[in-house]
Design a binder for this molecule. Structure first.
Ligand code: UGA
Ligand code: MN
Length: 253
């Protein structure tokens, strides 16, 4: 089966660096199709050019997050869910593609542009029947969070926060079969989901805990990390710009 990797992304100083790093990981994975969905009203040249030379099979989509749902510069990062419209747009494209090309033997993975992925995590998810799950490192204020497996079944979740959530797992900790996405045309990420309930908003419409397929040695191995990139400080750039000596803005960073 092909793995469709869905990556929402938005313009910021580190965007090209993030997408470059992720693309280099994905190049090592066979039978992979990268769906990059820009949070923008138009596709941007930066992303278009990066994809064109990436060497990957890809689809380039875009949809802007509505203004009232968009995180503002001064907001704390957890205030609003991120990448929601973009992941839903990718699922729309996938359902349409699956119908047109009669593809169903495939897996969908929501891979944010800033996380760190081992190559192994992709092979773990490749034979997903419905929804496969595994732990995620460096997330939720914990060393890791993940499903707890007993007798081959997920019985609960190891999490430090709101264990009452239906599926307290990070976006990077599950993959869904395309067949299931197609079979549930109404399943989507809920933009008005409470903080931490975004993953649950999709998964609730697709599976029950009993049906989850534990991967990564019964969820005992960490194969993906919820890393976050430090925001670069460009104070000096601003000072230099005021003196008319700022960096050339025609140079893409
Ligand atoms: C955590 C989860 O790991 C995310 O999958 C989840 O979407 C997010 O919480 C949430 O609750 O919304 P976190 O590291 O805090 O993630 O989020 P980001 O990495 O900042 O954003 C997730 C994805 O959305 C990234 O691929 C990012 O490029 C994209 N994004 C972010 C946008 O497309 N637009 C934005 O305005 C912000
Ligand atoms: Mn992130």
């Amino acid at each position: 089966p092909t793995i469709y990797v869905v990556t929402p992304t938005y313009a910021r100083l580190v965007q090209k660096a993030e997408l470059t790093r992720l693309s280099l990981t994905l190049l090592h994975v066979p039978r992979l199709h990268w769906i990059v969905v820009e949070d923008s009203p138009q596709p941007t040249p930066l992303v278009r050019d990066l994809l064109a030379v990436s060497g990957l099979a890809y689809t380039h989509l875009h949809v802007p997050t509505p203004k009232d749902m968009k995180l503002q510069e001064k907001d704390p990062t957890w205030l609003k869910p991120r990448g929601v419209e973009q992941r839903n747009e990718a699922m729309r494209w996938l359902r349409e593609m699956a119908a047109a090309a009669a593809v169903e033997q495939a897996v969908v993975y929501f891979a944010d542009d800033d996380n760190t992925y081992s190559l192994k995590v992709f092979e773990e998810m490749r034979f997903t029947q419905r929804v496969s799950v595994w732990p995620v490192g460096l997330v939720g204020g914990m060393r890791y969070e993940g499903p707890v497996v007993e007798n081959g079944k997920v019985v609960r979740f190891h999490t430090g926060w709101r264990p009452s959530r239906p599926f307290p797992i990070d976006m990077a900790g599950f993959a869904v079969s395309l067949r299931l996405v197609v079979a549930h045309p109404g399943a989507r990420f809920d933009r008005s989901a409470q903080i931490g309930f975004l993953e649950s908003s999709l998964l609730q419409g697709l599976v029950t805990m009993k049906e989850l397929e534990p991967k990564a040695d019964m969820c005992t191995k960490i194969l993906v990390w919820h890393t976050r990139t430090e925001k670069p400080k460009i104070k000096r750039e601003e000072i230099m710009q005021k003196q008319g000596m700022g960096s050339d803005l025609n140079v893409e960073v």
